[in-house]
Design a protein around this ligand. Structure first.
Ligand code: ADP
Ligand code: ZN
Length: 216
């Protein structure tokens, strides 16, 4: 069973790989960041609660985050596998996931950890532009859209995420090292961790991940 977690610092390329994996292996792509952004866009109570936290680059409280993940993982489409992107991000979240995995009989079977040096992360995040409609991601220097400011895939106007500025990036990166990086040891201990180098080009990263997933 492919019950996967995608892990890595902001800008490592998790989202890019998630889209490729989703298409190839037909796994539901569960991105807590996307779920929160959808709540923010709809103006729901949850969206209002998390907006400030997210824009400054901080983490949404564990309890709130675990609740939305449990509801999502319990959906019927996750019975034959799932892919978590951006969750868990803290030790309490990883423990909660382990517990809910047992309860709903959908335990994590593999953790894909993509790494990348800080300087490169900063360059990628501050130059990133995203499509608010379809989620496609671009870069002002190394992944330009065909027409400036416009999504190749759906024609929408590209935006810069509110948390893709230098100050929020610094907060996200330090939260990553403080809260998320310890999960590497957590999953290594459980024999679930697989490491990938996020700097070898997204096609190469994809090929390595696909090889691992096909072997399972
Ligand atoms: P990135 O990986 O590029 O930093 P995401 O789109 O995964 O961005 O998440 C954006 C923001 O949403 C995070 O900076 C955080 O504020 C919030 N968020 C997403 N997932 C979680 C989580 N598991 N726990 C707490 N906050 C989260
Ligand atoms: Zn688009």
């Amino acid at each position: 069973m492919l019950n996967i977690i995608l892990m890595g610092p902001p800008g490592a390329g998790k989202g890019t790989q998630a889209v490729k994996i989703e298409q190839e292996f037909s796994l539901p792509h569960i991105s807590t960041g996307d779920m929160f952004r959808a709540e923010m866009a709809s103006g729901s109570e949850l969206g209002k609660t998390v907006k400030e936290i997210i824009n400054r680059g901080d983490l949404v409280p564990d309890e709130l985050t675990c609740e939305i993940v449990k509801a999502r993982l319990s959906q019927p489409d996750c019975a034959n596998g799932y892919m978590l992107d951006g969750f868990p991000r803290t030790l309490p979240q990883a423990e909660a996931l382990e517990k809910m995995g047992k309860e709903i009989n959908r335990p994590v079977t593999m953790v894909i950890n993509v790494s990348c040096p800080d300087e490169e992360l900063k360059r990628r995040i501050t130059g990133r532009r995203v499509c608010p409609k379809c989620g496609a991601s671009y870069h002002i220097i190394d992944m330009r859209p065909k027409k400036e400011g416009v999504c190749d895939l759906c024609g929408s106007e590209l935006i810069q995420r509110k948390d893709d500025n230098l100050a929020s990036f610094d907060t996200r990166l330090s939260n990553y090292y403080k809260s998320t990086a310890p999960l590497i040891a957590f999953y290594k201990e459980r024999g679930l961790l697989f490491d990938f180098d996020g700097t070898i080009g997204s096609e190469n990263v994809k090929n390595e991940i696909f090889a691992l997933l096909r072997g399972k």
